[in-house]
Write a protein that binds this ligand. Structure first.
Ligand SMILES: Cc1cc2nc3c(=O)[nH]c(=O)nc-3n(C[C@H](O)[C@H](O)[C@H](O)COP(=O)(O)OP(=O)(O)OC[C@H]3O[C@@H](n4cnc5c(N)ncnc54)[C@H](O)[C@@H]3O)c2cc1C
Length: 379
């Protein structure tokens, strides 16, 4: 367990009670289909009152100024209940950070309050059908026409797309990659849901942009600096995704412990069989190690330090750990593990997704090795 202050523990305990008593029953009652925007908004606005989204951001911008470590502690609890509900929180938190640090005052004043209180949804669109790991190769084009950008292209895998009130779109301009904010009402873009093996409650989408005109004042940060700015977004996002692995795996462990205590074979509880006990010990140790990696990254962000390498370690280790832990959880449940009567099959399907977004495991490892050797495997 990390060192938590009394205040942090109190905040976590309050949130845990709320998630168990209010959100989990509502999430179960909803089932596995797409969560309508209003219901998701209802959940995110209530969770914002417990500090989600606004905890890490400075008070001068309407945040709580509690730091990224506290935020990640709270975030782990939401994942424990539902990754579908957690993912919009990741995107809103990272979008708020980008807007706060780099957007013109008018955009900050317009979008930050709603982002922080959970009533407005952002999307961050980098990936395209032909552009995944190689983010520098973005093709979506923003051409200058007087005091407007004219944007054409296709984005894919965009989290929150169906819910989004606005999109922070990475575009190629003559000067290089640039972040441009598209308001969904004023600069409409077409959104189509992508169906996946899990996490179909929240929204992952394709986004189509066909000569969308956006005022140049909607540029976030400096024209041509989009790639550098994206690396900062990835830092924040990657420690979240690592922590997503922790929340998922912790739930799988708790379910497994309960099952191993209740289920008996060969005349004793299966927890008493040494091969099951070994699994449980390995699961618990992996979860704690992953949490420590994520919290180290968050503490560096809190100190204002650059931590691409530490975030890369937290991301790949946390998400791959969750794949192994949830797979073991299914195994511990035997036949019951592959039925929808028990949550571990859902957790195992969800865990398979997270080694992919925000840079695959392979890309994280290449980045770590590049930092250590000074020799890049890619540009
Ligand atoms: C659920 C989900 C949510 C997402 N949300 C968003 C979002 O909100 N916004 C957004 O912009 N994107 C989002 N993404 C996209 C995600 O970031 C990309 O899927 C990811 O970066 C990988 O890109 P790709 O899928 O095109 O795979 P590819 O880049 O085509 O990679 C395919 C395989 O090749 C490997 N590979 C690629 N290059 C190398 C290399 N140089 N060396 C070794 N191996 C390599 C990869 O590791 C992978 O195993 C999301 C994806 C998912 C699944």
């Amino acid at each position: 367990m990390n060192q938590r202050s009394e205040d942090q523990q109190l905040a976590i305990d309050n949130l845990r009670r709320f998630l168990d008593q209010k959100i989990e029953p509502e999430f179960k009652a909803h089932g596995s289909g797409p969560v309508p925007r209003e219901l998701m908004k209802d959940w995110t606005t209530q969770l914002a009152q417990f500090g989600l989204i606004n905890a890490p951001h400075p008070a001068e911008y309407g945040g709580l100024g509690l730091g990224w470590q506290t935020h990640l502690m709270l975030y782990e609890e939401v994942v424990y209940t539902s990754s579908d509900i957690a993912l919009p929180i990741v995107i809103n938190t990272c979008a708020a950070d980008l807007i706060m640090n780099l957007a013109p005052v008018a955009l900050r004043e317009r979008y930050l309050p709603g982002l922080l209180d959970g009533s407005v949804f952002a999307s961050i669109a980098i990936s395209e059908p032909a552009v995944g790991s190689d983010v520098a190769a973005v093709q979506t084009r923003a051409r200058r026409d007087g005091d407007h950008w004219v944007i054409t292209g296709e984005k894919t895998w965009i989290t929150n797309g169906r819910y989004s009130d606005f999109l922070i779109c990475t575009c190629r301009t003559d000067e290089g990659l640039t972040h441009i904010l598209l308001d969904r009402e004023e600069h409409p873009y077409e959104v189509r849901d992508v169906h996946k093996i899990a996490l179909n409650g929240q929204s992952t989408t394709q986004i189509f942009l066909d000569d969308v005109r956006v005022p140049v004042e909607n540029t976030i940060g400096r024209i041509g600096e989009g790639l550098r700015q994206t690396l900062t977004v990835f830092e924040r996002a990657r420690c979240h995704v690592g922590m997503t692995g922790v929340g998922l795996a912790r739930r799988a462990l708790d379910e497994s412990i309960r099952y191993a205590q209740e289920r008996s074979q060969h005349g004793k509880q299966i927890a008493a069989h040494q091969l099951i006990a070994e699994k449980i010990a390995t699961m618990a140790t992996g979860i704690d190690a992953a949490r420590l990696l994520a919290m180290r990254a968050a503490s560096m962000i809190d100190m204002g330090l650059r931590c691409d390498t530490e975030c890369a370690m937290a991301k790949w280790y946390g998400t791959e750990m969750a794949v192994k832990v949830t797979r073991d959880a299914v195994q511990i449940h035997g036949g019951n593990g592959v039925t929808t009567e028990f949550p571990v099959e859902r957790l195992a399907r969800e865990a398979l997704i997270f080694p992919i977004p925000d840079g695959t495991t392979e890309i994280q490892k290449l980045m770590i090795a590049r930092a250590l050797t000074g020799i890049p495997a890619f540009r």
